[in-house]
Design a protein around this ligand. Structure first.
Ligand code: R5P
Length: 294
């Protein structure tokens, strides 16, 4: 056991070095508490402030979507390349190894299947279960302009209230109804409403025109969904344009797990998101890795 006097002699107070008081890098997040910031840092890579979220929650209303029929075989091998996994608690408990220590964004709303009116969702998870699963965030669908708009907004604000109690951020997921125009005007409206009502970050879709006005007018980070499967180069172009116009990354599903070479594709997406690679450079990476894996 160390002697009392020798322990005291070793003290060094570094009086000439000011204490580091870094500003938290995610937009709109400075006022959040430590637990929130810690969870968000398990989603957004601290080195870049951006994220490659792998979205595999589609089954919550679509059932066994193409590419997700066997999550154990097709998704688990991709996990080392994801910053975060977005999934349901059913898939998490049944199929995702608990040794996965990056952030989990838990799908926390649901109810109607693809056979019904989708905006009629309810909160589908108790916050106690989210805590038990050690999630980094809870995700809720918000149907601005949808038939059940108020109900879905209320789902989000209720989750924000319980999330705030325990330091769990809420991801507001803007859901665009099939009859709605997917343009910047709509995305500005939907993302801003989510942020104003307490979402810590917001997922939306990329739009070709004025996407920078969507990110500029949303006071919290925005990530883009990938949407329907595109040719790989087009998906990389979309991700690249989004981050160059202010998105903090992607929450991408089908364009990764429905790719001909999902592991190559997620690594190419990382190049665009984290290394500011051009889509063409990232596509080269995709082709090289795809060819190696053949
Ligand atoms: C909808 O099913 C989910 O919220 C997905 O997580 C979201 O649409 C992102 O997946 P994708 O890139 O396939 O659009």
């Amino acid at each position: 056991m160390a002697e009392k006097e020798s322990v005291q002699d070793t003290h060094n107070y570094y009086v000439d070095i000011p204490m580091n008081s870094e500003i938290f890098q995610l937009r709109g997040s400075n006022a959040l508490e430590w637990g929130f910031k810690n969870r968000l840092s398990n989603i957004f890579h601290p080195a870049t402030g951006r994220t490659v979220m792998l979205a595999i929650d589609h089954g919550y209303f679509l059932g066994p979507t193409a590419g997700l029929e066997r999550v154990d075989l097709t998704i688990v091998p991709l996990l080392p390349h994801a910053d975060t996994l977005m999934c349901t608690r059913g898939i998490l408990r049944s199929t995702i190894p608990p040794t996965f220590t990056k952030g989990i964004v838990l799908r926390s709303s649901g109810g109607p299947s693809i056979l019904k009116e989708l905006s009629d969702e309810e909160i589908a998870v108790d916050v106690e279960d989210a805590i038990r699963l050690n999630v980094a965030a809870m995700a809720v669908q918000v149907f601005i302009g949808g038939e059940h708009e108020t109900k879905s907004v209320h789902n989000m604000t209720r989750l924000v209230d319980v999330g705030n109690r325990y330091g769990i951020p809420v991801l507001g997921v803007t859901a665009v109804g099939k009859d709605m125009v997917r343009d910047a005007k709509y995305m500005r409206l939907a993302t801003r409403i989510c942020a104003e009502l307490g979402a810590a970050y917001v997922k939306t879709y990329y739009v070709d025109e004025e996407f920078d006005t969507v990110t500029a007018s949303c006071p919290v980070p925005i990530v883009i969904a990938g949407g329907k499967k595109l040719p790989e180069l087009d998906a990389l172009k979309m991700a690249g344009s989004a981050v160059q116009q202010g998105a903090a990354g992607v929450d991408m599903g089908r364009n990764i797990f429905q790719s001909e070479a999902p592991a190559a594709m997620i690594q190419a997406v990382r190049k665009v998101v984290h290394d500011n690679a051009t889509p063409e450079e990232a596509y080269d990476v995709y082709q090289t890795l795809r060819n190696k894996s053949k």
